[in-house]
Design a protein around this ligand. Structure first.
Ligand code: C5P
Length: 222
């Protein structure tokens, strides 16, 4: 039987990962945060002080970088080789550089092939920017999750404050819009809605409402 996969794409801070995680839990599927993979590579590239324009250097680094997602008591952790990087890959420096790293065509090729390999192991909910268009073009259900830039920035701001981070809403908004523009306008698999994706605008919806909507759609496809 064909595996049941769900692709969730959309701009930054639209709530993709929180929602994808809950949907996966409800349906007993595996969850994969593909953004964390690009963040992990970016983190390593910064540690090694690589020139982020240098695709060959990034590819060599990626070849030595095993990225894994061990789950512990329902919490998903991110590891590079044997080092936990769950928190550090969310730093401002990584966030400001990840779009450049992920714009390289051959870096994407390698990441996509890793992601497709993980998907082969069973039904999966994957979130990212090119899941419905490139990684899982045959996914049973494709969601394109959006929300207004103001709402997305506010959500990220509240999250950061809760974590005790010092951030400014203006800076956060500007960084987020710049990252979306970069992701939407790059040459290699830019962020865009797959033709057969269902668009959900979560601006005025709670996480649970969006999860319920996706579970409802999933019923029609299973
Ligand atoms: O999802 P998250 O915001 O953590 O993603 C970080 C960055 O990784 C995105 O801004 C984008 O540049 C890149 N990305 C990508 N393709 C994916 C997932 C993330 O290019 N499938």
């Amino acid at each position: 039987m064909e595996q049941f996969n769900i692709a969730i794409d959309g701009p930054a801070s639209a709530g993709k990962s929180t929602i994808a995680k809950q949907v996966a839990k409800e349906l007993g599927l595996t969850y994969l945060d593909t953004g964390a993979m690009y963040r992990a590579l970016t983190y390593m590239a910064l540690v090694h002080k690589l020139n982020l324009e240098d695709e060959t250097a990034l590819l060599n680094l990626l070849a030595d970088t095993e990225i894994s997602f061990p789950s512990n008591q329902g919490m998903q952790h991110v590891f590079i080789n044997k080092m936990e990087v769950t928190e550090v890959i969310r730093s401002k420096e990584v966030t400001q550089n990840v779009s450049l790293v992920s714009s390289h065509k051959n870096v994407r090729k390698k990441m996509v092939s890793r992601q497709q390999k993980i998907a082969q192991q069973g039904g999966i909910v994957m979130d990212g920017r090119d899941i419905g268009t490139v990684v899982l073009p045959n996914a049973a259900l494709k969601i394109y999750l959006v929300a207004s830039a103001e709402e997305r920035a506010l959500r990220r701001y509240r999250e950061s404050i809760e974590k005790g981070m010092q951030v400014s809403l203006e800076e956060l908004t500007a960084d987020m819009i710049a990252r979306d523009n970069y992701d939407m306008n790059r040459e290699a698999s830019p962020l865009k809605k797959a033709e057969d994706a269902i668009e959900i605008d979560s601006t005025n919806l709670s996480i649970n409402q969006v999860v319920e909507m996706i579970l409802d759609y999933a019923k029609n496809y299973q």
